[in-house]
Each structure stands twice: as structure tokens, then as C-alpha cells.
Write a protein that binds this ligand. Structure first.
Ligand SMILES: NC(=O)c1ccc[n+]([C@@H]2O[C@H](COP(=O)([O-])OP(=O)(O)OC[C@H]3O[C@@H](n4cnc5c(N)ncnc54)[C@H](O)[C@@H]3O)[C@@H](O)[C@H]2O)c1
Length: 327
């Protein structure tokens, strides 16, 4: 924190803090229930807001030299000890978004001790969900993706993997690992940009949701941090252009599935995940292969990320993270 506004009472200049990606007022009905992803006051268009994100209230930042944090006393999570925090700073940066988001997916999928879990997507959110499932005590964590480097990253911390470009169905691939085509919990860390299952498939936005209903046990839950939208002008079919997906919803109904969607309310989880990091229980930077780059290299970082590299880029505008390690 380099400067505090005149209505900030408790955060002090010099505090080292985590900034949740959600912007929340702390006063509305949703915030009072810690549902900070759907704050009712910070975005005139709809519930929920975020920094520098289209359709999210027009707040600038946070991939910038500096960011203004509204309602700072409510939104910021100060680290208890600056020196201790700097030793784990690469892990702690993940508290702003992907670690709580992945954890939210695992929690809402009902993941607990002994669970068997399928995480669709081995991007940063999927890898974070897989690590979160391990922290929660899952017996088996299976991660699916089309990108071999990302599957390799998932294997590096003990996950089983499924290559979705194979023509073998997801049910058969789960059976090869589990002995049956059923798992306890599914996390969709892909969203509306999902590609179809098999070789040569293009975009098929309902793929992961339909697979989730097929493989999740009756009475199980499906955590959906993956993003779905109300408008997608570039979508392959007319319905999807308006956010309407071809879902086998009757199957989910027949199996009494619970679905949980939406923006992650970071504040529900960030304090506890911070404690797991500070006490060496979580190694999230390693799981997502966190890689520090200067702000000026962001365009190149975006290009590489779009190409599917197994890295989570961390922008370091002032050189504070030079030498920060993942271990
Ligand atoms: N809910 C939230 O608060 C929140 C927060 C952050 C990100 N997100 C969303 O989470 C999703 C994942 O984020 P990310 O940064 O990891 O994205 P990403 O694009 O890096 O990762 C998605 C991965 O899914 C893979 N994939 C595509 N189709 C698939 C399929 N059918 N089965 C399995 N894998 C498939 C892709 O190859 C890619 O590696 C995005 O939709 C993002 O917008 C949500």
C-alpha cells in the first residue's frame, strides 16, 4: 500500500496486502453474506465487479503500475508479517484469483477426504483446483486437457491425466484409471471456450458440462468456476451466441446433481489459503508453474499463454519479485 484514501481507517501505508480480483462494497446484502463476487453496489449493470474487466463496472487496473482499491478496509487482506510474506510472495500472489477460484471449484464440487475428482482443464485455474482437491484430502485427482505440456504439469504434482484429444470417450478413460466410469466430484475449469472431445474437434461449449453429468456420481456436485457468458458473438451456433447451451439437463436432474456457478468470492477463502501457504501446506506457485515477468513483457506473456504454455505469468511492474522462488 503506497497511499491511503481519507476514508480508509485500518489499512496503513506500507502494509503488504493481497487484492482480491472482486471489487465489493462490504455493505450490501451479498457482501454481508461474504458473496463478494456478486456485490450489488459496485457495478450499475449487474451484480459483481472486477478490475479492468469488460462489463464489470468500468474499474481500471489491475494489470498496471498501480491500482486504486475501493473500500480498501473491506477488500484488502493484509499479510501478518512482511518479511515472512516476502519469502512466500510468489505463492501469495495467487491469492488474488486463481488459488481461491480453484479451491472454490473443488469445495463446490463437494471435494473432501477420500474423494475421487475430475478437473476439466489444466490451465492455471484447473491446476489450482487440482492442488486444492489434494489439500482437501482427495484420494484421486484426474485432470483432463488437450495440451500435453499442461497435462505434464498436472502429473508433476501427483495428478492422473486424461488427454481429451484421444478418441476414447471420457467414460472409458475414467474407467481405465478408476475401474468404473464414475467419480465423486467434477470441477469445470474450462467454461464456454471448451473444445469437443476427440481428435480434430472444434469449439463445443456444452462439452464439459455434459461430460460432468455423465461421470459424476448420482447425488454428486459439479463446481463450475469456468466462465459462461450471456453473449458470445463468435460462437459456432446461433443459440450459443446468446449463451444458450445444448445441455443434457435431464441427465443431471435424474442423478440429483448440484451445480454451482459464478465468480469466485475470493474473500471466502483467501485468509485460510494464506495460512496454508505461510505454514508450508500449500505449494500453489509450483503447481501452476508461476513465472515472473516485467509489466512491459505482458503482451508477449499473453501471446505465449494463448499458445497453451504450462505457465502462470505474474506481472511484476516494479521489480519487487526478482529472485522470488516457487519452492
Ligand atoms: N469463476 C471465477 O471467478 C473465475 C476466475 C478466474 C478464471 N475463471 C475462468 O476459469 C476458466 C479457466 O481459466 P484458465 O485461466 O485456467 O484458462 P485457460 O484457457 O488457460 O485453461 C483452460 C484449459 O481448458 C482446456 N480445455 C478446452 N476444452 C477442454 C475440454 N473439453 N476438456 C478439458 N479441458 C479443455 C484448454 O486446452 C485449456 O488448457 C476460464 O473460463 C476463466 O475465465 C473464472
Amino acid at each position: 500500500m503506497i497511499e491511503v484514501g481519507n476514508d480508509v481507517q485500518f489499512i496503513k501505508e506500507g502494509d503488504l496486502c493481497s487484492v482480491p480480483f472482486n471489487i465489493a462494497c462490504g455493505r450490501c446484502r451479498a457482501c454481508k453474506e461474504r458473496m463478494t463476487g456478486i456485490c450489488l453496489n459496485v457495478n450499475p449493470e449487474r451484480p459483481g465487479s472486477a478490475y479492468g474487466y469488460v462489463d464489470m463496472g468500468g474499474w481500471p487496473g489491475g494489470q498496471a503500475d498501480y491500482v486504486m482499491v475501493p473500500f480498501a478496509d473491506f477488500n484488502l487482506l493484509p499479510f501478518p508479517d512482511k518479511d515472512q510474506a516476502m519469502e512466500k510472495i510468489l505463492d501469495l500472489t495467487m491469492l488474488s484469483d486463481i488459488f481461491p477460484t480453484g479451491y472454490h471449484g473443488a469445495i463446490k464440487a463437494g471435494c473432501t477426504t477420500g474423494s475421487t475428482v475430475y478437473v476439466a482443464g489444466a490451465g492455471p485455474v484447473g491446476l489450482a483446483a487440482a492442488h486444492a482437491a489434494q489439500l482437501l484430502g482427495a484420494a484421486v485427482v484426474i485432470v483432463g486437457d488437450a495440451v500435453e505440456a499442461r497435462l505434464n504439469q498436472a502429473r508433476s504434482f501427483g495428478c492422473e491425466t486424461i488427454d481429451i484429444t484421444q478418441d476414447t470417450s471420457i467414460e472409458d478413460q475414467i474407467t481405465e484409471i478408476m475401474g468404473e466410469p464414475i467419480i465423486d466430484c467434477t470441477v469445470d475449469a474450462v467454461g464456454f471456450e471448451a473444445r469437443g472431445h476427440g481428435s480434430g474437434e472444434g469449439e463445443a461449449p456444452a462439452t464439459v458440462l455434459n461430460q460432468a453429468m455423465s461421470i459424476t456420481r448420482a447425488g454428486g456436485s459439479i463446481g463450475i468456476p469456468g466462465l459462461y457468458v450471456t453473449e458470445d458473438p463468435g460462437a459456432a451456433d446461433e443459440d450459443a451466441k446468446h449463451g444458450a447451451l445444448k445441455m443434457d439437463f435431464g441427465l443431471g436432474w435424474a442423478k440429483s446433481h448440484a451445480f454451482y456457478t459464478g465468480q469466485c468470492p475470493v474473500m471466502q477463502y483467501n485468509r485460510e489459503l494464506m495460512m496454508s501457504i505461510l505454514n508450508d501446506k500449500a505449494q500453489i506457485a509450483k503447481a501452476v508453474n508461476a513465472t515472473v515477468i516485467p509489466l512491459d513483457d505482458a503482451p508477449q506473456g499473453y501471446q505465449e499463454f494463448d499458445s497453451g504454455v504450462a505457465q502462470k505469468f505474474v506481472l511484476d511492474p516494479h521489480g519487487d519479485l526478482q529472485g522470488a522462488s516457487r519452492a
